[in-house]
Design a protein around this ligand. Structure first.
Ligand code: BG6
Length: 453
């Protein structure tokens, strides 16, 4: 089986990283606007200025040949305080963006929450407070009601697992007393309720979760390493997809949470909510696998001291690392992950992020990013292989459609097919330039993934 003819060749972004205009036209601040910005990187007032240039950008997306575009809606642009009044100017912005995409035959794929909780909700306890789940469902309802006539593809929460496994690193401003697994539970409740509401309001729409999934390898055939990797997989991956797709807690992950003494209160009603809200497909982001070894006295610990499993991270002698971040490069792990997810849950899959961050250099109006082409070529090759082995894949969205602010390195670390002329210290002229990968990806799309160059 090769990729279907209606395959959603796309590319991805997120609101707080691309839009700018972070306090324009009534938008409320999000936790990204109130957090301590990493040293040497810009805040989110301008970003790639997509808010003001989206028509020019969508024309470029069409030239790139995109069939779909995965972007997120900034919750605090629609509901500035997180709950309550709707900001009509914010609704108008996304409505115009959706219309512009559709006018160019580009299917919108919308993430409703990508790391940017409204700051007003954070001030009231954030995800530690169950009321945030109610607020999310109401915000989602507004999105379905205002955009559902034109949008078929919906994603609930981006990388809930990274917001749990690396809460402070990803969201910022999280302290050691944050009840990490209780907050995680409230996100599960919000997600399941949202999927149920989506099906009720928009019976034709498709909705799914969007965690970051990648298999954890055991460092060796030592049974202790295998046991450590089994826990790592349960805690990093399967708890998220079991809750969303099977309507239950993964037992191994639950065992770890309980034995480690984390706060986790839930009711039989919550589990019924899990069972009542099911996805139509699974979206996931993939960058790299990890390798886990059992080392006495060592654990998988985050920046705040939360322990997320026995064992510790180990090197993988079979893989190389990216130059910028030292992330493992593992295209075969991508195929393994696709196949593993499908064999566990038997749902169609959509890849919502995958890509290479690098220090691109603009020379003569372009960037010779052969390294990015090589990375994407290898991963799309494995996507084809997974499809041939029987995995139904709906779409593929490399990160990112154009340069935007990375989570920690600002504009030093770029992922886009389109170069944005600015850097960390100056906005320069924000002009757009096509990188070499732009023409390469266009040809991949034209051949439906058959010609990888
Ligand atoms: C994903 C996030 O984890 O990775 C994106 O969903 C992020 O928001 C991307 O930008 C790449 O990570 P980074 O740290 O290189 O920006």
């Amino acid at each position: 089986m090769s990729l279907p003819t209606d395959f959603l060749w796309g590319a991805a972004s997120s609101a707080y990283q691309i839009e700018g205009a972070s306090r324009t036209d009534g938008k409320g601040p999000s936790v990204q606007d109130t957090k301590v910005i990493p040293a040497g990187t810009p805040d989110f007032t301008v970003c790639s200025d997509h808010y003001h240039r989206f028509r020019e950008d969508v024309a470029l997306f069409a030239e790139l040949g995109l069939k779909a575009y995965r972007f997120s809606i900034a919750w605090s642009r629609i509901v500035p305080e997180g709950v309550g009044e709707v900001n009509e100017a914010g609704v108008q912005f996304y409505s115009d963006l959706i219309d512009e995409l559709l006018a160019h035959d580009i299917e919108p794929v919308i993430t409703m929450y990508h790391f940017d909780l409204p700051a007003a909700l954070e001030a009231n306890g954030g995800w530690a407070d169950r009321a945030t789940a109610d607020a999310f469902v109401e915000f989602a309802r507004v999105c379905f009601e205002r955009f559902g006539d034109r949008v078929k593809w919906w994603l609930t929460i981006n990388e809930q697992n990274m917001m749990t496994l690396h809460a402070d690193h990803v969201i910022g401003g999280i302290t050691a007393d944050y009840p990490v697994y209780q907050a995680n539970h409230h996100m599960f409740v919000a997600q399941s309720r949202t999927m149920a509401v989506c099906h009720e309001i928009l019976p034709e729409a498709k909705i799914g979760p969007a965690p970051n999934i990648a298999v954890s390898y055991p460092a060796s055939s030592d049974p202790q390493d295998i046991l450590a990797a089994q826990y790592s997989n349960a805690i990093r991956n399967w708890i998220y997809l079991d809750a969303a797709c099977l309507g239950r807690y993964n037992t191994l992950a639950l065992d770890w949470i309980r034995r480690s003494g984390y706060q986790l209160d839930y009711t039989e009603e919550d589990l019924q909510v899990f069972r009542d809200g099911r996805p139509d497909f699974i979206a996931f982001n993939y960058y790299n696998t990890d390798t886990v070894a059992y080392v006495e006295g060592e654990t998988l610990v985050d920046e705040l001291g939360n322990v997320h499993g026995p064992g510790s991270q180990a090197d993988n002698p079979h893989l190389t690392r990216t130059e910028f971040s030292g992330w493992w490069v593992d295209p075969t792990g991508f195929r393994t992950t696709l196949q593993e997810i499908h064999s566990r849950y038997d749902l169609p899959l959509m890849v919502t992020e995958n890509g290479l961050g690098a220090r691109d250099e603009l020379v003569d109006g372009t960037v010779d990013d052969d390294y990015r082409i090589a990375y994407l070529r290898d991963h799309i090759g494995q996507l084809n292989a997974a499809a041939e082995s029987g995995v139904p894949v709906l779409g593929y969205h490399p990160w990112s459609v154009m340069d935007l602010i990375s989570t920690h390195e600002g504009f030093d670390k770029r992922y886009g097919f389109i170069y944005v002329n600015r850097n960390n210290s100056s906005e320069l002229d924000l002009a757009r330039y096509k990188k070499k990968s732009f023409g390469w990806y266009r040809a991949v799309i034209d051949s439906n993934g058959a010609e990888l160059g």
